[in-house]
Design a protein around this ligand. Sequence first.
Ligand SMILES: Cc1cc2nc3c(=O)[nH]c(=O)nc-3n(C[C@H](O)[C@H](O)[C@H](O)COP(=O)(O)O)c2cc1C
Length: 221
Amino acid sequence: MTTRGLNIALITGSTRKTGPPLVLHPRVNAFIQSTLESRGHTVTRVNPIDFPLLDKPCFAYPEGDAPEKIEKVHSVLKWAHCYVCVTPEYNHMPSPGLMNVLNHFGSSTFSFKPSAIVTYSGGQWGGTRAAVSLRTALSELGCLPVSAMIHIPKAQEVFNRDGSVNISKDSDSADKWAKYCSRCFSQMEWWAEAAVRQKEIVDPFDFSPVFLSSPSQRNAP
Ligand SMILES: Cc1cc2nc3c(=O)[nH]c(=O)nc-3n(C[C@H](O)[C@H](O)[C@H](O)COP(=O)(O)O)c2cc1C
């Protein structure tokens, strides 16, 4: 375990309210949130359903001047020591709702913090293909995803509606899911703790300045 409780932004993916197919995000998000809280962290959710579709990204406004809904999420993302992204797989990709939230903010919001990827589906692959794409986006944003990921196949069978683990077929399953999640979350906690400590020594933005005018600043000579 880390030496301190972390501030975690839990960025959720699904915007679906009605099925079919059966809506799964409430149970998956509840399970992930309670797992993180049981590890001593403070979790704030970022819900894509309340968020405007991308027109002008947050970073295109003068500091603090974006519309209220965007600024509110911006402050949660800045407050967080690390990010947990929970997404269903839609056509082998992360949900557009999650990507919309991520796209509003630049790497200056996310960078120098770790992230963890959680994917799920109603089928047997647990969203693994979406996870691979999401990893690329999170890397680009600078909130490096830890190597262990959490994939939840057949989430409707794994969890009850309230997010508790369904132990009707296997009385050890809650323990098994806790251990599985621990592999990913302990990696994220280690990196988050390391980043917090290193920021006390060196400001990463002094050390590696953000792009001030254009992405072409990253071009090779
Ligand atoms: C538009 C759409 C695309 C989907 N694509 C996939 C897919 O690529 N792989 C998969 O395993 N399940 C896929 N599914 C099934 C989802 O895993 C399942 O519906 C799940 O409940 C979605 O999560 P949600 O209920 O939280 O929105 C898809 C569902 C929808 C609605």
